[in-house]
Ligand binder design. Structure first.
Ligand code: NAP
Length: 309
C-alpha cells in the first residue's frame, strides 16, 4: 500500500476523489488516497498550486510530485522541491484547448462580429476569404500548440508555428530562434500564444514585437498573461496596429474590475476558461505515473527544471 496525498483547492477533491480512486485501481495500484497525511509518510503528491503546499522538505520519502496543471511556473523554481516534477498532459485538456482556439480563430477569420453588428436590415455582402488564404501562427508548439496548429491546418488555414528547439510537424511551417520569431510575427494575421511562462517568454509580445506584425492583426492569448506587455498591447490597439485581442489569461486573476481591458471594445476577456484539466482523463495520467514509479519505469511528462517548463 502506498500513500498518495491530494494537495489542491478544497473544491477539487470532490471532483477528483472518485476518478482518482477508480484510475488507481484500474492501474493496479493499491493506494491510500487522502487530503491529509504526515508528510514523512507520503509516497506521491498530487499537486495544484491552489492547495497551498510550498515546502516539500518534510516529504522525505515522496517519489514524485504530480501536477494537475499543465503550466508549472508556480512550482518549477521552488528550491525546496527535490523530487521529480511531472506536469499535466491530458487529452481532455488538449481537446478543450483545440476547441477554444479554433472557435476564436474562426470568429475573427469569418468576421462574425461584423455580422452580429450588422443586423440592421442592411444587405451588404462581405464574403470572408477561404482559410487557405488566412495566415495563422502559434507561438509554442508543445502539447497544446501543436494540437491547435494541426487542427487549424486540417481546416486548411495557412499555419506557422514557433518553438524553442527546431521541430517538424506535418503541414505546419515550423520556426525557432530569434529570426524564426520575426518571420512568424511578420506573417501573422491571427496569432495564438501557447507558450509557458518562463523568464525567456515574459513580455514576448512587447512594443517592438507587436510592431513586427501586420497592421490590424488579431492576438489570441490562452497561454499566460505574462507573455504580453499590457501597456504595449493597449497602445497597439489604440493605434490600430493590433485589430483585436482575445485574452483568457492575465497577470492578475481575476482581472481587476477597473482594468482597461474590460472597457476596450477591441478586447475580448474570457475568465481563464480556455481549457481545464478534466478529472476523468487526468486521473488516468496521474495513476499511470504512479504505476510507473512503483514499477521502476521512467515518469511521463517530467518538467525540465532548468528550461522552466
Ligand atoms: P508544452 O508542451 O511544455 O509546450 C511549450 C511550448 O512552448 C514548446 O513548444 C516549447 O518549445 C515552447 N517554448 C517554451 N519556451 C520557449 C522559448 N523561450 N522560445 C520559444 N518557444 C518556447 O506546454 P503545453 O502543454 O502546450 O502548454 C502551454 C501553456 O499553455 C502552459 O504552460 C500554460 O501556461 C498554458 N495553458 C493555459 C490554459 C488555459 O486554460 N488558458 C490551460 C492549459 C495550459 P520546445 O517544443 O522547443 O520545447
Amino acid at each position: 500500500m502506498i500513500n498518495v496525498l491530494f494537495s489542491a483547492a478544497a473544491e477539487a477533491w470532490p471532483e477528483y476523489e472518485a476518478p482518482l480512486r477508480r484510475a488507481l485501481s484500474e492501474a493496479g495500484v493499491e493506494a491510500d488516497l487522502r487530503t491529509d497525511f504526515d508528510p514523512a509518510e507520503v509516497d506521491y503528491v498530487v499537486y495544484a498550486p491552489n492547495g497551498g503546499l510550498s515546502d516539500f522538505r518534510p516529504f522525505t520519502r515522496a517519489k514524485a510530485v504530480l501536477s494537475l496543471w499543465a503550466g508549472v511556473e508556480k512550482i518549477v523554481g521552488n528550491e525546496h522541491l527535490t523530487q521529480p516534477l511531472a506536469r499535466m498532459v491530458d487529452h481532455g485538456l488538449t481537446e478543450g484547448m483545440v476547441e477554444w482556439v479554433t472557435g476564436h480563430v474562426l470568429r475573427h477569420h469569418l468576421g462574425i462580429d461584423g455580422n452580429l453588428a450588422a443586423q440592421t436590415g442592411a444587405w451588404e455582402p462581405k464574403v470572408p476569404p477561404l482559410a487557405r488564404d488566412r495566415k495563422v501562427s502559434i507561438l509554442g508548439l508543445g502539447e497544446l500548440g501543436a494540437a491547435c496548429a494541426q487542427a487549424l491546418a486540417r481546416l486548411n488555414f495557412d499555419v506557422a508555428g514557433w518553438s524553442r528547439r527546431s521541430k517538424t510537424l506535418d503541414g505546419i511551417a515550423c520556426h525557432h530562434g530569434d529570426d524564426g520569431l520575426a518571420a512568424v510575427l511578420g506573417r501573422s494575421e491571427i496569432l495564438v500564444l501557447l507558450l509557458p511562462r518562463t523568464p525567456e517568454t515574459e513580455n514576448i509580445l512587447n512594443a517592438r514585437t507587436l510592431a513586427q506584425m501586420p497592421q490590424g492583426a488579431v492576438i489570441i492569448n490562452p497561454g499566460r498573461g505574462h507573455l504580453i506587455d499590457d501597456e504595449a498591447l493597449l497602445a497597439a490597439l489604440d493605434s490600430g496596429q493590433i485589430g483585436h485581442a482575445t485574452l483568457d489569461v492575465f497577470r492578475v486573476e481575476p482581472l481587476p474590475a477597473d482594468h482597461p481591458y474590460w472597457a476596450n471594445p477591441n478586447v475580448t476577456v474570457t475568465p481563464h476558461i480556455a481549457s481545464e484539466t478534466r478529472p476523468e482523463s487526468a486521473s488516468r495520467v496521474i495513476a499511470e505515473n504512479i504505476r510507473r514509479g512503483e514499477a521502476g519505469e521512467p515518469f511521463l511528462h517530467l518538467v525540465d527544471r532548468k528550461a522552466g517548463y
